[in-house]
Design a protein around this ligand. Structure first.
Ligand code: HEC
Length: 127
């Protein structure tokens, strides 16, 4: 009788453990993608081409088709000046924008993972 009673919770525990392990596995994969500085450059590039390229230029040189109309002009993202900034600083400008310039904030338009991908892409522009 005692044995039978013990077996029921045990069976449920096993199920719980499987779910837990799968969850943990996914968590580790996602965390390592983010922590490894990771970011998916290709995904970042896609977003960049849709949302940033017309100002900053396809290769980030600040030479997008709208660039010539803006004062100050879009930053050259491949430059030493931009590349020497920390990821946190870059994220801040991208999310909040820069007042007094055409750089608008993308807060709300970007998920955290998109931002990581985007930063990875911006870093890949470094000559
Ligand atoms: C409407 C034009 C426009 C769009 C769209 C735009 N930017 Fe900008 N960006 C600018 C301008 C203008 C500046 C300010 C340059 C300055 O401060 O002299 C700037 C500044 C920046 C900076 C700061 C560079 C530095 O060294 O301080 C980063 C990083 C940046 N943009 C990234 C992006 C990314 C990523 C996107 C797309 C998600 C984007 N921008 C979209 C115009 C634009």
């Amino acid at each position: 009788m005692t044995r039978r009673l013990n077996r029921i919770p045990h069976a449920t525990d096993e199920k719980g453990a499987v779910t837990w392990f799968v969850g943990l596995g996914l968590g580790i994969i996602m965390a390592s993608l983010a922590v490894a500085g990771g970011g998916d450059i290709e995904k970042g590039k896609t977003f960049y081409r849709q949302s940033c390229g017309h100002c900053h230029g396809l290769n980030g040189q600040g030479d997008g088709e709208m660039g010539g109309y803006l004062n100050p002009p879009p930053a050259n993202l491949a430059s030493e000046k931009t590349q020497s900034k920390s990821d946190t600083e870059l994220k801040e400008v991208i999310m909040k924008g820069r007042s007094g310039t055409a750089m608008v904030g993308f807060e709300g338009a970007l998920e955290d993972t998109d931002l990581i991908d985007l930063i990875a892409y911006v870093r890949s522009l470094k000559p």
